[in-house]
Design a protein around this ligand. Structure first.
Ligand SMILES: [Fe+2]
Ligand SMILES: [Fe+2]
Length: 251
């Protein structure tokens, strides 16, 4: 998490996931997780209201801005997954740690694919400013694994399931087939990430002896600063283990 260089962070995230999978790491949590992850000098991080306009959707500038924004989301997602494993692993179990390290490895791959795509467009990660707010949800829920699971995989990553198909369609219609293939892969993987989050959340609820839906709704209204808004990708959400009854009531 402390690694600042994007390429090195990708390699380190993939390595820690592999080392865990191969049984080379002990189930041992004697290191405090940092409150802020390492970040490269570029991109400059700006509050959402200071982000420049993306430019017209079909324009070269608009296209680069889209891929850059997606790359930033995946870059932050690497740290979100590592923090989940490192901060909450001791209080959960080995399956939890393995799941979230595998998510970190996926996010690292997503970031690498997007950065490579940006380079084919003559740009790269860091060339534009990026959204400063993506770590807020992690910071706000740093004391409570249930709150973290409720908000990060089950709201924010689930939101990705809702919006990605539209982006994918637009990218494909514009003739960017390699970009479309990257988004298809990301969508597939994100269904798995949401499912991992929902599964461990249900385990926590069971341990606390509370109803999963009730706990989720309470935590989302307490810790999620935005609103859950339709349209929802019901089929992808269902595949991820989120039932319509769960989120429709909160929307
Ligand atoms: Fe991702
Ligand atoms: Fe993800």
């Amino acid at each position: 998490m402390l690694e600042c260089d994007p390429h090195k962070k990708v390699m380190a995230a993939r390595r820690v996931a592999r080392d865990w999978r191969l049984g080379r790491l002990a189930y041992d949590f004697d290191v405090m997780m940092p409150d802020q992850p390492g970040r490269p000098e570029a991109p400059e991080l700006l509050p959402p209201n200071r982000m420049p306009k993306r430019g017209k959707a079909g324009s070269e500038r608009g296209r680069i801005a889209l891929w850059h924004a997606l790359a930033h989301i995946e870059f932050v997602a690497i740290d979100l997954a590592l923090d989940m494993a490192g901060r909450f692993g001791a209080g959960m179990n080995a399956a939890f740690v393995g799941d979230f390290l595998s998510v970190a490895a996926d996010e690292a791959m997503h970031f690498a694919l997007l950065d490579r795509h940006l380079r084919t467009l003559g740009s790269h990660y860091g060339a534009l400013p990026a959204h400063a707010g993506l770590w807020t949800a992690a910071h706000d829920t740093r004391h409570d694994v249930a709150a973290r699971l409720a908000v990060v995989p089950m709201v924010l990553e689930a939101r990705g399931l809702d919006v990605t198909p539209t982006t994918l369609e637009r990218v494909r219609a514009a003739g960017d087939e390699s970009g479309a293939l990257i988004l298809e892969r990301i969508l597939d993987d994100e269904i798995r990430h949401v499912r991992i989050g929902a599964t461990h959340f249900a385990d926590v609820a069971k341990r606390l002896d509370v109803v999963t839906e009730t706990l989720w709704k309470t935590l989302v209204s307490r810790y999620f600063r935005g609103t859950l808004k339709p349209p929802f990708n019901d089929s992808a959400r269902l595949a991820a283990g989120l039932s319509r009854e769960l989120y429709a009531g909160v929307a």
